[in-house]
Design a protein around this ligand. Structure first.
Ligand SMILES: Nc1ncnc2c1ncn2[C@@H]1O[C@H](COP(=O)(O)OP(=O)(O)OP(=O)(O)O)[C@@H](O)[C@H]1O
Ligand SMILES: [Mg+2]
Length: 292
């Protein structure tokens, strides 16, 4: 079963794109069929995976506007199991052009519906805003992975995102949940980082991944070579940290899938019903998918 994960935090520069590229690459390197959808007009995931920024090449903008089929937009990358739907600066226009469109928040979800089953994981790299692009990603997603920097007021910054996720759960995507929270650009030698890290652990509990991503110059250099860190410098601390994170994320997804299968088997053999996490792993079809 495929899993759509939005990498979101409305704060700029916290490592959303670095996490999208390197997590997707780590999944793919372990043989998991993976798609990265660049939902940001800055197109940093696109260039970071080695595609030149080309405003004429169709991508996420055409997908949202209904001008192209997702299957026709898939671009190969250096990794056999990793495809990308690129973005371009035109995507910024979608925020305005879709304002009066019907089911405007469901555009991405509907557009990805036809190719979902080709991938085990679909990663959505979101822009640094709670705009219509991020909203489309959060409605298309099964879950949200939040990259955060260990800094004072980090929790204040993320509370707006958590409120937004809750609002979306109550309206547009009832099955959305927080996949996990990852500390980025982490420097565990400072008291500040350790203090903030334990505060976040107390707040998020199990949702905070064991793997944190260190500040590592290889991670910052790799995009200018159009490569994920595991191809640019596989032995760097950054590449290794993202590999560990990918294992944790996949284990959680697979454990959840097993639990949900067990629950559905139990439920089909008894009339008992209960609220379990599995109920939030089944995406609810938007109106536009109902006829399919
Ligand atoms: N762990 C890290 N170590 C060193 N540099 C990093 C690390 N993670 C990200 N960076 C660098 O920090 C900058 C911001 O990272 P990134 O682009 O991933 O953030 P973002 O949240 O996607 O930004 P935006 O909000 O603009 O989309 C980039 O220059 C990136 O190379
Ligand atoms: Mg980014």
């Amino acid at each position: 079963m495929s899993r759509v994960i939005a990498i979101a935090n409305q704060k700029g520069g916290v490592g959303k794109t670095t996490t999208s590229i390197n997590l997707a690459a780590s999944f793919a390197a372990s043989g998991v069929p993976t798609l990265l959808v660049d939902c940001d007009p800055q197109s940093n995931s696109t260039s970071g995976l080695g595609l030149v920024k080309d405003a004429e090449r169709p991508g996420t903008y055409q997908l949202l506007m209904g001008d192209a089929e997702a299957a026709d937009l898939l671009q190969p990358t250096e990794l056999e199991h990793l495809k990308i739907i690129p973005s371009s600066k035109h995507l910024i226009g979608a925020n305005v052009e879709l304002v009066n469109a019907e089911f405007r928040e469901y555009r991405l979800r509907h557009a990805l519906h036809t190719i979902r089953d080709q991938f085990e994981v679909i990663v959505l790299d979101c822009p640094p805003a709670l705009d219509l692009l991020t909203l489309n990603a959060l409605v298309a997603a099964d879950s949200v992975l939040v990259p955060m920097q260990a800094e004072y007021f980090a929790l204040e910054g993320v509370s707006e995102l958590l409120d937004t996720i809750e609002r979306i759960r109550q309206t547009l995507n009832p099955s959305l949940f927080v996949e996990g929270v990852v500390l980025t650009m982490f420097d565990d030698r400072t008291n500040l980082a350790q203090g903030v890290s334990s505060e976040l652990k107390a707040f998020f509990g199990e949702l905070l991944y064991e793997a944190s991503i260190p500040r590592n110059v290889r991670l910052a250099e790799a995009p200018s070579h159009g490569k994920p860190a595991l191809l640019y410098d596989p032995r760097s601390r950054g590449a290794e940290a993202y590999t560990r994170l990918a294992v944790e994320v996949l284990n959680r997804i697979r454990n959840r899938a097993t639990t949900s299968q067990e629950v559905s088997t139990t439920q089909s053999s008894t009339t008992e019903s209960g609220t379990t996490e599995s109920s939030s792993t089944q995406p609810t079809a938007p109106p536009s998918e109902v006829q399919q």
